[in-house]
Design a protein around this ligand. Structure first.
Ligand code: UD1
Length: 475
């Protein structure tokens, strides 16, 4: 996936200024415009480390849930209201895809009103699909509702090749004709009914995206679909809860076997997206790495179980401070969490499908373990190329060696500020965390990665007492 466009590249600014990122996001005019390419013209984030943080941070809605629920809104020929949708570049890109398909979307703050009554299933534009892998997820809803879909291949991205074979095989097992021609996936249904047929599908790997594609496609299929070795991520449960509220019949979401009984039609709903467990995990690591006690809400603590277990092993405590009061899909009540930092000691981490340790938290923990006493081994098993932040952490004084898909970390006493380059979304968060802990000034480039997935990150950190600012170079 080419992730080369920053919304900030698109804003002509004459002077060095420090702007709020929420304003910048609202200024997105055309996300497919060619970005400025010289390093000097890119915005940077300056961080002066060692500030101690305090207070409470508000966790935004889950990016990965919101993206798939937006794709899922195509299932319903009526009105869908999604609440708690984070204001992010990735969400804007999904809006662009849906709009190109004919979906009408209105945004009021964190609420999206979506009307997918009249759509054209062949209009997904390559230039946006290629920048947002999740936009490929429209294929299942388009095919099951309209009997045909034409979606460009999303391509690889910074963290790996990211094939879509499991999505395609699942749809084929349900009777779809799928061919890939000139970089475009063409899927259609034949026969009098032009309806997908329920099937037993065993996934070779519990892919989040493939589980979501098949689950959405099966909601309107004829008969029963069973997905075995399904992904169990909280975002799958959120999708299933949302579809059930629309009238779908789904059992077993959150386990490795999901059974979907197809229905004829899905209905309008009003749905609250779950809090972002990866954003929450990133702030928990911020507390640990800066030795600060901070609180976060709303969060669903079970979604953070593997992250909390590792923080405990490293020497920090995470306390659940009772119900926070907001209800999320499927009547889940959220809580407030507090991190109580401690003496940091090394541990081993292996990324795995949920409920294992999330690959999306690996980079942030690499930063944390780089200043934790003793040795740690981090094994990345989900994506093949997700250790590129190590070279940047080394620039800050970390002692880490990469061997295959393992990073061998020898904890150092402290990091020192340095110019660094973000290589993907979670790597960018890891560098911000390292900068917050380091002596002196860190400058982070490649902020278009950060803006894809963290809503108002700089404002949130500043409100906690961090010393950081975004600089837009003069054009
Ligand atoms: C989702 C998340 C991403 C997270 C990942 C793993 C969204 C929008 N993104 O991505 O943040 O890092 O889950 O938790 O929800 N694979 C195949 N064939 C396929 C599909 C996947 O081989 O058809 C492989 C991938 O290359 C990868 C592994 O399966 O090595 C996991 O990918 P998957 O779970 O599908 O991740 P995504 O849904 O793309």
């Amino acid at each position: 996936m080419t992730e080369s466009v920053s919304h900030l590249d698109l804003i002509p600014i004459k002077l060095l200024v420090n702007i709020r990122e929420d304003k910048a996001i609202n200024s997105i005019s055309n996300l497919t415009q060619t970005p400025a390419t010289t390093e000097e013209s890119q915005p940077i984030l300056e961080i002066w480390g060692r500030a101690s943080l305090q207070g409470e941070v508000q966790i935004s809605g889950a990016k990965n849930s919101a993206l798939v629920l937006m794709a899922g809104s195509i299932l319903c020929p009526g009105d869908i209201r999604l609440r708690n949708v984070p204001n992010l570049v990735d969400i804007k890109r999904m809006e662009q895809i849906l709009t190109a398909l004919g979906v009408k979307i209105q945004q009021h703050g964190n609420i999206l009103d979506i009307d997918a009554r009249d759509i054209n299933p062949t209009k997904a534009p390559y230039d946006v699909v290629s920048q947002l892998r999740a936009s490929f997820f429209v294929i299942g809803p388009l095919l099951t509702r309209l009997g045909t879909a034409r979606v460009p291949l999303p391509g690889g991205c910074a963290i790996g090749t990211r094939p879509i074979d499991l999505h395609v095989r699942g749809l084929q097992a349900m009777g779809a004709n799928v061919r890939i021609e000139s970089g475009i996936v063409h899927a259609h249904l034949t026969g009098k009914k032009r309806r997908l047929q329920g099937a037993n599908i065993y996934l070779d790997y519990p892919s989040v995206g493939a589980t979501e594609t098949i689950l959405m496609a099966a909601t309107l299929a004829e008969g029963e679909t069973k997905i075995e070795n399904a992904a169990q991520e909280p975002e799958i449960v959120d999708l299933a809860n949302c579809c059930c509220q629309m009238g779908a019949k789904i059992k077993g979401a959150g386990t490795n076997t999901i059974i979907i009984s197809g229905v004829d039609r899905l209905n309008s709903i009003d749905y609250n997206v779950i809090p972002d467990r990866i954003e929450a995990g990133t702030f928990l690591v911020a507390g640990a790495i800066t030795g600060s006690e901070i609180s976060l809400s709303p969060v669903i603590p079970e979604h953070l179980a593997p992250v909390i277990a590792k923080l405990n092993e490293i020497g920090c405590q995470v306390v659940v401070e009772g119900n926070e009061g907001t209800m999320f899909g499927g009547n889940i009540q959220s809580s407030r969490l507090r991190i109580i930092p401690g003496e940091l000691k090394g541990t081993d981490i292996e990324t795995l499908p949920y409920p294992g340790f999330p690959t999306d938290m690996q980079a942030q923990f690499t930063a944390l373990l780089s200043i934790s006493e003793g040795n740690s081994v981090i094994s990345e098993t989900v994506f093949e190329n997700r250790l590129r932040h190590v070279a940047e952490l080394q620039r800050m004084g970390a002692n880490i060696r990469v061997k295959g898909h393992h990073a061998i970390v020898r904890g150092v006493r402290s990091l020192s500020g340095a110019p660094v380059m973000a290589t993907d979304l979670r790597a960018s968060a890891a560098l911000v965390l390292a900068g917050l802990a380091a002596e002196g000034k860190t400058t982070v480039r490649g902020l278009h990665h950060l803006d894809r997935g963290y809503e108002n990150l700089e404002t949130k950190f500043r409100d906690l007492g961090a010393n950081l600012q975004r600089i837009i170079p003069a054009s």
